[in-house]
Each structure stands twice: as structure tokens, then as C-alpha cells.
Design a protein around this ligand. Structure first.
Ligand code: ISL
Length: 554
């Protein structure tokens, strides 16, 4: 059976403005990504997904695009993108772009024309509605970033829809001309050599009356979009789909639907949501994580899951689900192990390979992200929380946490800007960089070293890539997350104690392929130390230490 290439690879998610600044202006850029390709290759990465780098007023850090065919000068030029694609190819790395097609910037010429000439060609490119008889918004829909989802245009004397910021008007996918434009843009980049796309909030494109996302025409729109792509069958389409469950994900990624190849689900990032939702964090429960893993893996059996721990919209995972103080190495590696060895394609967010953690946010002025800033104001102004309490809630979850510059070394600005650069990074580097950086993690016992081992193990082991997933059931209050990956002639057991305590686990015979404790016994034993994880080969004829397991070729 020939498998699509992404079943056997690991994707690295780059947040361009914070990855590496080659020209010293304080913003990461495309030449910076080119410089770091050898680093990514060494880590074991087969593809990169870059956040949006297209022309943009940067109201939402590039998720507001004003020209989909041009690279924003902040990041470089179109020629830099060509060089990046070519250079990545030489390193065996595919390039995925982030298409923000649910909405554009309000400065996109389409929107400007739509607003000023309702009867013209672009009049119907966005979602315009008359005011209600009393002059108010057409309905109650709320923006994800707070407030009404409708904004009044004095020019057109109508409201337009924006499910995100008012500077991000929603495109009207019901209009076939819009769909044709978007398809042409995708083909423009495919012709330049990209391998696929991450599609931003793609389940929002078809509006429904009740929930206003995940509307009835979603699958039709995406299948049509794919059918219009050059080499459509080989292009990887990863849909970002906030708010859907695995059941719907299975429909969206069903191999027969000809729609998406994978989706990005969010339930594993809701384990710490309290009664007040995202901005009301509570401790997470292991049982919820186990159930969610089992549920998603079961529902996506026919399809193919993506596996990720964090992204640019989330706080850092080691601060969130791990222990960033006493067990930073152990918890970062245990979480990576238990997530990335599931069935699916791992998508590793930049900085997680060195266990980057949240920043100390002492004051509200440190929050620059539009969503987190709005949330803070809403908690104070509308929910009546004290500024201290609002900050306490927002600080742990703020998107800013995941967006600080990559920590390359102990040099000034964490080596994010080149030596001698006078501009400071667009966002201050995390003060822990002198100790926690790429250069410092070049030996056994460091997170980066371990992640490289982990990815190599997955790459070399067909059971870990293609084997079936089977959760090991644990008592409800157990902090252990364990599962088996199974194929005809082999089983691999993945076990992690995701807590600060010591817990028992009933191992059977097996031999250790990987562990985050250097002295994990080769013979099985029943105790797991704080955040200890082990990967064991079971039922194999000949097994040894790390990477000596018999590997079956596909
Ligand atoms: O619900 C969230 C996190 O749990 C949101 O942050 C959600 O993921 C996000 O609003 C949707 O994300 C994408 O589209 C946005 C953009 O701001 C994000 O950066 C992007 O990833 C609008 O384009």
C-alpha cells in the first residue's frame, strides 16, 4: 500500500516573526528560516508549516492578509520564498503555507472595492447585511475576539461580518467567484513548489444559521477547492478546525470525501478550561486526557490524525500541562513522548523542542496580542473582575506566551537577532534564555537531544508509525497515560507518569527503546518516577537498546 508522504514525516510549525531574524530588524524572516534549515534537518523534521508571511497590516500578526500573492516586506521578498522552497527541498524538507481564506484584511483591494461599489464585481465578495429594522446588527453573532461579529460601514450603509477582528472581514464562499480566486492563489503557490497548506479556521467558511460555523456546504467547498488544485491528490491540506469534535473531524478527513487530509483539533487543549472557559483555567485531569486520546484515535481510525501539543495561539505546554519548575526536562519530554508516538503526524511547535516556557507577565501592558488584550479588557470591564484577578487569568493563557522569540543561544537577545544588530526583538525574549536555549541543549540529558532521539525512533520504527493504537486503561485517578501501538509482529508500549509523584505500573517483559531517565532499568520494574516515560518493545524476537529493534521495511 502506498501511503501519503505525510504519514511518515514530522512537521515543524514555524511562527515566522519569532523564529530567526537574519537581517537584524527585530522580526524573524524568510532568510532566517533558510539559515536554520540544517538545524531542522538535524532535528528530524520532514516539513515546515509557516504561519502567514503574506502582505498584511499585521493587525493579527499576518492573519489579516492584504495580498495573498506577495510576501510581506517584514519577512522578505517573493524571491526569498523561492529560495526557501528550493533550499528546503535540498534538505529534504517540504514547505507548507498558511492560507487565511475565511477572511482577508479590510485593506485587501477586494474589500475596499466591495465596500465602495456594492454593484461592482467585488460587491458580493464579503458578507453584507442590512441593519435590523431598529438599526441594530442583523443578528446576535459574536466575534471570536470579543464584541459583535458585525461592523457598520458608512460607505455601504450595511453591516459586514467579521468572525475575528473588525479588520478581518469574512469572505463570502457562497460566491463562486470568490472560490475561484482562492483556488487560483493556492495554485500560484503550488506552482512555486509548496507541498501543501494549513488552512486557517477553515470550518468557518460555510456559515450556518444556528452556530454560524460548520455550515452545510463545507465539504462541498473543500472538495471543489481540492479538485481545482494542480496535483490536487498529492497536496497536503491540513484544516484548522476550532470547536469540532472527532466525529466531525472523521467526516471532514474521510479518505473518500476528497476534502481535508488532517485537521487540527482542540479538545486536548481544553482540559484546563474552567466554568468560565478558556480565560478561567483550572487544573487538568489525566482521565480527561486519556479519554480524549482514546476517542480521537478511535474515531479517526479510517482517517489520519494530526498530533500537536501547542501552537502560536496557546501558552507553552511545559508551563501548562507539565512542571516548568522542578521537572522541566522530565515533563517536557514525557509529554512529547506520550503525544508524538500516537498514530498520526506530529506537528511540533517551534521552541517546544527546547522546552520553552511561559513568560512572566507582570503588567497588562505586556500583552500585545489582540485576542488576549481584548479578553483582559472584557474580564475587567464587562465581567467586573479586579485588574489583578483578570491578569492572573489571562497571563497563564495569553497567546503572547507562545510567541516570544526562539532562544538560539545565550548571546544577546538569545541569539534571535544576529550579532551587532541594533534593533531589539519585536517582543522581548524570555528572561530564562541564558540557560534554556538551543546551543545549550546539545548533549544527552537535554530536551532537544531527547526530542531528536524520539523523532528518530518514530522514523525508524514502522510499528510506531503505522501500528494501531490501543489505550491501556488506568484507574480514574491514575496519573499514568499509557498505550500500545500494534502491528502483526510487534507491539510497542508507551508509558508516562505525568505527575510529580511516584506511581506503580504493571510492566510485562519488554526492552526499553527510549526513556527520559538515563538509568531506566532494562528489565521491567513497576515504579515510575516523577514524569518518567518509557517506550518498550514487547513480543519481539530480538531487541536491544535504543534503536536496535528490528525494523520492518514498508
Ligand atoms: O480558540 C482559540 C484557542 O484555543 C483561538 O485562539 C483560535 O485558535 C483562533 O482564534 C483561531 O486561530 C486562527 O485564526 C485566527 C488567528 O488569530 C490565529 O492566530 C489563527 O491560528 C484568525 O485568523
Amino acid at each position: 500500500m502506498t501511503r501519503p508522504w505525510w504519514h511518515d514525516t514530522v512537521i515543524y510549525h514555524i511562527y515566522p516573526r519569532s523564529f530567526y531574524d537574519a537581517n537584524g530588524d527585530g522580526y524573524g524572516d524568510l532568510p532566517g528560516i533558510i539559515e536554520k534549515l540544517p538545524y531542522l534537518r538535524d532535528l528530524g523534521i520532514g516539513a515546515i508549516w509557516m504561519g502567514p508571511v503574506f502582505s498584511s497590516p499585521q493587525v493579527d500578526n499576518g492573519y489579516d492578509v492584504s495580498d495573498y500573492r506577495r510576501i510581506d516586506p517584514l519577512f522578505g521578498t517573493n524571491a526569498d520564498m523561492d529560495r526557501l522552497i528550493e533550499s528546503a527541498d535540498r534538505h529534504g524538507i517540504r514547505v507548507l503555507l498558511d492560507l487565511v481564506f475565511n477572511h482577508s484584511s479590510d485593506r485587501h483591494p477586494w474589500f475596499e472595492a466591495s465596500r465602495s461599489r456594492p454593484a461592482g464585481k467585488y460587491g458580493d465578495y464579503y458578507i453584507w447585511r442590512d441593519a435590523a429594522p431598529d438599526g441594530s446588527e442583523p443578528n446576535e453573532w459574536r466575534s471570536v475576539f470579543g464584541g459583535s461579529a458585525w461592523d457598520w460601514s458608512e460607505d455601504r450603509h450595511q453591516f459586514y461580518l467579521h468572525l475575528f477582528a473588525r479588520e478581518q472581514p469574512d469572505l463570502n464562499w457562497e460566491n463562486p467567484a470568490v472560490r475561484a480566486e482562492l483556488r487560483d492563489i493556492a495554485n500560484y503557490w503550488l506552482d512555486r513548489g509548496v507541498a501543501g497548506f494549513r488552512m486557517d479556521v477553515i470550518n468557518f467558511i460555510s456559515k450556518s444559521a444556528d452556530d454560524y460555523i460548520d455550515g452545510p456546504r463545507f465539504l462541498e467547498f473543500i472538495a471543489e477547492f481540492r479538485a481545482g488544485l494542480r496535483n490536487g491528490g498529492e497536496v497536503l491540506l491540513v484544516g484548522e478546525t476550532p470547536g469540532i469534535n472527532a466525529e466531525r473531524a472523521a467526516a471532514y478527513t474521510d479518505p473518500d470525501a476528497g476534502a481535508l487530509d488532517m485537521v487540527l483539533l482542540f479538545d486536548h487543549l481544553r482540559l484546563d478550561h474552567g466554568p468560565g472557559g478558556r480565560w478561567d483555567p483550572v487544573p487538568w485531569r489525566h482521565e480527561d486526557l486519556r479519554r480524549n486520546m482514546e476517542y480521537e484515535q478511535r474515531l479517526l481510525k479510517r482517517a489520519w490524525p494530526s498530533i500537536y501539543l501547542s501552537n502560536h495561539d496557546q501558552p507553552r505546554i511545559v508551563s501548562r500541562y507539565g512542571n516548568e519548575q522542578e521537572y522541566r526536562y522530565e515533563s517536557a519530554t514525557a509529554l512529547a513522548t506520550v503525544f508524538y508516538l500516537q498514530r498520526g503526524t506530529p506537528i511540533l511547535y517551534q521552541g517546544d523542542e527546547i522546552a520553552m516556557r511561559n513568560i512572566p507577565i507582570e503588567e497588562a501592558t505586556q500583552i500585545v496580542d489582540i485576542e488576549s488584550g481584548n479578553a483582559y479588557r472584557e474580564l475587567v470591564q464587562e465581567k467586573g473582575l479586579s485588574p489583578e484577578e483578570a491578569l492572573r487569568r489571562v497571563r497563564r493563557i495569553a497567546r503572547d506566551n507562545g510567541r516570544t522569540p526562539m532562544q538560539w543561544s545565550g548571546a544577546d537577545n538569545a541569539g534571535f537577532t544576529p550579532r551587532g544588530a541594533t534593533a531589539s526583538p519585536w517582543y522581548p525574549v524570555n528572561p530564562d534564555y541564558p540557560e534554556w536555549n538551543v546551543a545549550a541543549q546539545d548533549e544527552s540529558g537535554t530536551v532537544r537531544w531527547y526530542i531528536r532521539e524520539l523523532l528518530a525512533l518514530r522514523r525508524d520504527d514502522v510499528t510506531l508509525r503505522h501500528g494501531e493504537f490501543e489505550l491501556v486503561h488506568e484507574p480514574e485517578d491514575s496519573p499514568v497515560v499509557a498505550y500500545r501501538r500494534r502491528r502483526v509482529n510487534g507491539t510497542v508500549l508507551v508509558v508516562a507518569n505525568l505527575s510529580d509523584g511516584v506511581v506503580g505500573f504493571p510492566f510485562t517483559n519488554g526492552s526499553i527503546l527510549l526513556s527520559n531517565y538515563s538509568d531506566s532499568p532494562v528489565e521491567s520494574t513497576s515504579l515510575l518516577r516523577p514524569w518518567e516515560c518509557r517506550v518498550l518493545a514487547e513480543n519481539l524476537h530480538r531487541v536491544g537498546g535504543i534503536h536496535t529493534m528490528t525494523v520492518e521495511k514498508t
